[in-house]
Write a protein that binds this ligand. Sequence first.
Ligand code: BF8
Ligand code: SF4
Length: 628
Amino acid sequence: MDHPASPDKPLSIHPDTLAIVDKARAEGLETVWDRAAAQEPQCGFCELGLSCRICVMGPCRIDPFGDSPQRGICGADAHIMVARNLARMIAAGAASHSDHGRDLVETLLAVSESRAPGYKIADAAKLDRLAAEFGVAAELAPLAKAKELALAMMEEYGIKKGYLTFTRRLPAARLEKWRTLGIEPRGIDWEVTEMMHRTHMGVDNDPVNLLVQALRVALSDGWGGSMIATEVSDILFGTPQPVASQVNLGVLKADQVNIILHGHSPLVSDTVAQAAQDPQLLARARELGAAGLNLVGLCCTGNEVLMRRGIPMAGNHLVQELALVTGAVEAMVVDYQCIMPSLGDLAACYHTKFYSTSPKAKFPGATHLPFSPENAQALGRQLVAQAVEDFARRRPERVLIPVTPVSQISGFSVEVIQTALGGTWDPLLNAIKAGQVRGAVGVVGCNNPKVVHDYGHTTLTRKLIEADILILDTGCAAVAHAKAGFKQLEAAALAGPGLRAVCQALGIPPVLHMGSCVDNTRIINLVAALAQALGVDLDQLPVAAAAPEWYSEKAATIASYAVACGIYTVLGVTPPVLGSSAVTDLLLNGLQGPLGATFAVEPDPAKAADLIINHVEAKRRALGLEAR
Ligand code: BF8
Ligand code: SF4
């Protein structure tokens, strides 16, 4: 374990988190940190990737010290075992994002057929742009165009077409590298399915061949499923624009009905947000003594509604349980991904109702209200109406909202950044060329109880902005940064003199929130656009990525597509690969030749910052730019 959990060590850098962990302990409630401690010591075989339960001849494990056993029962050695495990992890991450994207496409189709009363085409200009990209006739009326686009996007999931349309946004040199290596993605479901096939017992037993396919799976996520999720969400809910909001547990209100939107999809949360504006429901809340209806977000559903509606953010991954322990929540509404199965038990300790809404994701202790495009509007209203009634059941003596919120600016889509620059990338490229902005880094990903909560994100990012590096963030990292105040205009003062001047001239913070984890595709689109504008491949740019506190299979997939795009990527938590020298060497060194980028692992975020700064300066030097 990189950062052993210990009762003597602070669990988090944030006062709201620490205060509510104390409350949970005082009330005898278990949280993620207690369960992490109870798992100690974690399995050393599994940490190294040297355990396998792919088939029931096993489970098998391999002795990392060279003693027996050195092979699984089928004969798989350490390299095969580690590569198969990592490949399956990446396939699961790609499947998660891509299945989320599929839900958006199905809803777009339902809208086009007038079957989805809670949804509409919110950004017709974006619909037009995407329709053109997918070869849909420009003269079609909006709904007919939406239908053709939805059907064309469905083909990206299949096996007929053989390539992904969004990859055509990339420089030809990058596509050529992928073709040479055999990793140009052919179809979203195709790549995931083939990966699962190849990791079945007795199929692909060449670690390099397995990992090459794992990169292709990751790219089918980045330039396929995730990108579809982002782009269709923009069509249905609007392309994000800069929006002022707030963050931390202080966004919960002691005198209001509090509803938390948690998970990853904007589909359900948007209809709840619509219902929360219903004057009748607001009047009923007032009748029951509430001052208003307060929606707040958690995790990436929170990022979706923050980016587009300015709904404040209660917290990130490790705060999800604590939000319930405030005792101030009438309803937690979840869809899927990163939702702890412990939430039902915690909700039951209070008056809180816990609602699961996806037919794909049920939870213990949850009231299951399956949403569909057809019923979403009605169910959104039902949820808000019930939450209002439950306000009367709240026990004020059990409520603790320990802090006041921090302000933040969010909503930096690629479109917004380009508009802020005057419609061209030149001002940003000129600032990079002049050395005012040294480069740009995506700091993304999760929380993990192995790392002091949000210490990795904030330590890394603080050092990078001091070094005049612009930060683009998403997911739980974005929440960490917002809580630290990095998303305020005043945060320009924390940046080095060059970046500070650029931020002040443009009226932006030094850390730009680009959205949820599927919205990491906004970052790769931005990097691809900069490469195109400069006439270089992506690996030549002074850019990098980091996931200082990652935990999830999805994060492994994102990191893999970043590297396959040519973006140097530093992980703060060691992936389970050290049991194979061949796999470890491939990830840390072997991809440099074919892809121009590698992974690095550095648990200390201050040292990770140094790695990244050195990388950015080296890339500047190679481009003939002034370097430090
Ligand atoms: O997709 S950053 S903990 S909430 S996996 Fe999950 Fe990680 Fe958060 Fe969003 Ni992304
Ligand atoms: Fe063991 Fe091989 Fe089965 Fe894995 S696939 S559990 S190593 S026999």
